[in-house]
Design a binder for this molecule. Structure first.
Ligand code: ZN
Length: 381
C-alpha cells in the first residue's frame, strides 16, 4: 500500500544516474518503490506525471526565509511547491542574537525543510529594504566569534556552516575582517563558510586565497565590480586557482548578483558553477530572481544541459551540505521529490543589471513531495 504513487514520469536522479520512465511509490514518509509499473489500486493518492520529470526534492543553497523576523525574509512554504524545492538553506538571515526565534517561529513550523548558514554578525541581516540598507558587518563589534560559535553549537542540527557578507555595502569599512572571524568560527566547527562579496573593498584577490577547500563563494557570476572576468573577458587567475583548491562556486542570483554577461563568458570558458541557487529574498522574489526554478531555467537558456542543471540543485548542494541523504530519489530514502515540466516556447528573462534574454525553455513545477505527501503548486497558502 502506497500513501502516494506518482505514475508515468521520467525519473531522473543525478546522484545515482537513474534516468528512465518509472512509477514512484511513497509510504511512511519514505520512497517505498521505484519500478517500471507499480499497481495503482494500492495507492491512496495518485499523481499523473506523464510527460513530466520526477526528480529529487530540489535544494536551494542560498535563500532568505526568516519570514516576518527579518525584513528580507520570504515564506519558504509559499515558494517550495512552485519551485520544486523541498530544502531551503537560509544564508545568514539570522545571527547568534536571533537564531532561536528563527528556529522556533519559522523552521519548526515549516512544512518544507530549512537549514541555515549562521551569520557571523550577532544581529543577522537586520536592515535590508528598498529604503533602509545597513550592512550587518559594518560595525565589527557585531562580529563576535564567541557568540557565533556558541549559537552554532547550540543549533548544529540546523546550522550547516557560517555566512559572512563582506564588501562596501554589507561591511562598510570593515574590509576583510568579518571573513577572518567567520573562518575562525567555522574552523572550530569543522564546517564551511559561505562568503558574499559585493563592492570592494575588499577585493576578490583578498577574499579568495583565504577560503578553504569546501568553502563557498556565492554570487560567483556577479557583474562588475568584483566580477569573475576581466575587461578582456578572461577569467581572473585567482578564480581559476580557487577552483583548483576546491572552493565551491554558487550562483546566488538575488537582486544584484547574476550577470548574463559574466555567466555567458564563464560558460564559454567551460567554467560551470557547482551549485545553482536563487538568493531569493523580499526584494527579488518578484524579479529578477523569482525563485530557483527560474534561475535554473536561465542556465538552461544559457546552454547548460538539463542533467547538469539538475545536478547543481540536487546532489551537488547535498554534498556541499554534507547531507548525502538529501537531493536523491532512491528506494528507502527520504520521501522528497518534485514533479517538473520543461516547456518549449518563448520566455523572457532578465538578469541583475537589466539585460534581457529571449529564452526558448522554461521549467515549471507541478508540485513537491514532502515526507511522502503531495503538495501541489498553487495549493500553498
Ligand atoms: Zn543572500
Amino acid at each position: 500500500m502506497f500513501d502516494l504513487l506518482i505514475t508515468g514520469g521520467r525519473v531522473v536522479d543525478p546522484a545515482t544516474g537513474f534516468d528512465r520512465r518509472a512509477d514512484v511509490g511513497f509510504a511512511a514518509g519514505r520512497v517505498a518503490a521505484i519500478a517500471a509499473a507499480l499497481p495503482p489500486d494500492n495507492a491512496r493518492e495518485l499523481v499523473n506525471a506523464d510527460g513530466k520529470y520526477v526528480v529529487p526534492g530540489l535544494i536551494d543553497l542560498h535563500t532568505h526565509v526568516y519570514w516576518g523576523g527579518t525584513s528580507l525574509g520570504v515564506d519558504a512554504d509559499m515558494l517550495g511547491p512552485r519551485s520544486g524545492t523541498t530544502t531551503f538553506i537560509d544564508a545568514g538571515s539570522a545571527g547568534a542574537g536571533n537564531f532561536y526565534g528563527f528556529r522556533k517561529h519559522v523552521i519548526e513550523r515549516s512544512t518544507v525543510r530549512i537549514l541555515a548558514y549562521l551569520n557571523v554578525s550577532f544581529a543577522g541581516i537586520f536592515a535590508f529594504s528598498r529604503n533602509v540598507m545597513v550592512g550587518e558587518c559594518g560595525d565589527l563589534r557585531l562580529c563576535d566569534a564567541r557568540e557565533a560559535l556558541a549559537a552554532a553549537r547550540e543549533h548544529l542540527d540546523i546550522v550547516s556552516g557560517m555566512k559572512v557578507r563582506v564588501g562596501r555595502s554589507a561591511g562598510g569599512a570593515s574590509g576583510i575582517g568579518p571573513l577572518d572571524i567567520a573562518i575562525e568560527v567555522a574552523d572550530q566547527l569543522q564546517l564551511p563558510v559561505m562568503a558574499h562579496l559585493d563592492h570592494p573593498p575588499p577585493s576578490r584577490g583578498e577574499l579568495l586565497p583565504r577560503l578553504r577547500k569546501g568553502d563557498i563563494l556565492t554570487h560567483c557570476f556577479k557583474p562588475f565590480p568584483n566580477a569573475p572576468i576581466d575587461g578582456a573577458r578572461r577569467i581572473h587567475e585567482e578564480i581559476l586557482t580557487a577552483r583548483q583548491r576546491g572552493i565551491v562556486f554558487d550562483i546566488g542570483h538575488g537582486m544584484g548578483s547574476l550577470s548574463f554577461d559574466s555567466a555567458r563568458t564563464m560558460l564559454a570558458h567551460r567554467f560551470m558553477p557547482d551549485v545553482i541557487s536563487s538568493d531569493v529574498h523580499a526584494l527579488c522574489v518578484d524579479g529578477p530572481a523569482f525563485d530557483n526554478l527560474v534561475t535554473m531555467s536561465k542556465f538552461l537558456c544559457l546552454g547548460v544541459p538539463l542533467p547538469d542543471v539538475l545536478r547543481m540543485v540536487t546532489s551537488a548542494p547535498a554534498a556541499v551540505l554534507g547531507r548525502p541523504e538529501l537531493g536523491t530519489l532512491r528506494e528507502g530514502g527520504i520521501g522528497d521529490a518534485a514533479v517538473l515540466e520543461l516547456r518549449e516556447g518563448r520566455f523572457g528573462y532578465i538578469d541583475s543589471v537589466g539585460e534581457e534574454l529571449a529564452g526558448t525553455q522554461r521549467l515549471f513545477s507541478d508540485g513537491i513531495v514532502m515526507g511522502g505527501r503531495w503538495i501541489a503548486a498553487g495549493a500553498a497558502q
